[in-house]
Design a protein around this ligand. Structure first.
Ligand code: NDP
Ligand code: 8X3
Length: 250
């Protein structure tokens, strides 16, 4: 039977690549994000492969999240797969110089937004006693690096929430796992460094992970047999050994 997936943060990077991967494999899609134009373009491109519905909301707005998911059309109401991907880093400053708005954004999007979407979808999964949730964490959820403070805290929280979900949803047969990438060349650094034209220099001198590399792993995770759950995947590009050790060409 055709499964339906809801992907947050599907307008760029890992979320967009995951939408393409799922569409190629015939999974029905609900794609989410704030940038409506991009959602429209992606919908147009993917509709040749699968049915695609758009949800346009800011994940920080609890009521918008609840309303959007409650009012899904009948054909998209039953969500089998939830990919909690929306998120970003905002700033890279020592804790003593951190910006409160950056901290709010990261906590509100990466942690609270993920919880709002999950809260809106989990009840239908528990009622049906099936479902699969994948939270996109980060290597930053496994270790803290200089100036990463609050971003790392949000990703540590994502991992704690993932474990909590897996434990609490276990009686319902719901799979829960995390995919934790190291550096991926997406719009992530442009957001982190607020549009600085040199933002993507962080990927210079080595071959970083690409969004499709992560999407491949996410698709692998959701295509395992019913009795197999990939609980926690840490992935790096070959040049990266840890958050701070990257083998760059000099
Ligand atoms: P991108 O910046 O390319 O994508 C971020 C996505 O999140 C966009 O689709 C954006 O959509 C969405 N998003 C951001 N803020 C909001 C919001 N307030 N409401 C709704 N959607 C929002 O980055 P990535 O693809 O790299 O990031 C995806 C995930 O992967 C994040 O959780 C990130 O922390 C994680 N990650 C990234 C790594 C990297 O190095 N790139 C490494 C490890 C993890 P829109 O702006 O349209 O709302
Ligand atoms: C994104 C990767 O190294 O900037 O989670 O934290 S990193």
């Amino acid at each position: 039977m055709t499964r339906t997936a809801l992907i947050t943060g599907a307008t760029s990077g890992i979320g967009e690549a995951t939408a393409y991967e799922f569409a190629k494999n015939g999974i029905k899609l609900i794609i989410c994000g704030r940038r409506l134009e991009r959602l429209n373009t992606i919908q147009k491109a993917l509709e040749r492969l699968t049915d695609v519905h758009i949800l346009n909301f800011d994940i920080r707005n609890k009521q918008s999240v609840i309303d959007a998911i409650e009012n899904l059309p009948k054909a998209f109401k039953n969500i089998d797969i939830l990919i909690n991907n929306a998120g970003n880093a905002h700033g890279l400053d020592p804790i003593n110089e951190g910006n409160l708005d950056d901290w709010d954004a990261m906590m509100d999007i990466n942690v609270k937004g993920l919880l709002y979407v999950s809260k809106a979808i989990i009840p239908q999964m528990t009622a049906r006693k099936s479902g699969h949730i994948i939270n996109i964490g980060s290597s930053a959820g496994k270790e803290v690096y200089p100036n990463g403070n609050v971003y790392c805290a949000t990703k540590h929280a994502v991992l704690a929430i993932t474990e909590g979900m897996r434990i609490d949803l276990n009686p319902f047969g719901i799979k829960v796992g995390a995919v934790n990438p190291g550096m991926v060349e997406t719009e992530f650094s442009q957001v982190r460094f607020k549009g600085d034209p040199t933002a993507n220099n962080v990927y210079k001198g080595f071959k970083a992970l690409q969004a499709k590399d992560v999407a491949d792993v996410i698709y692998f995770a959701i295509s395992r047999p019913a009795h197999v759950n990939l609980a926690d995947i840490l992935m790096f590009c070959t040049a990266q050994a840890s958050s701070t050790i990257v083998n760059k060409e000099s």
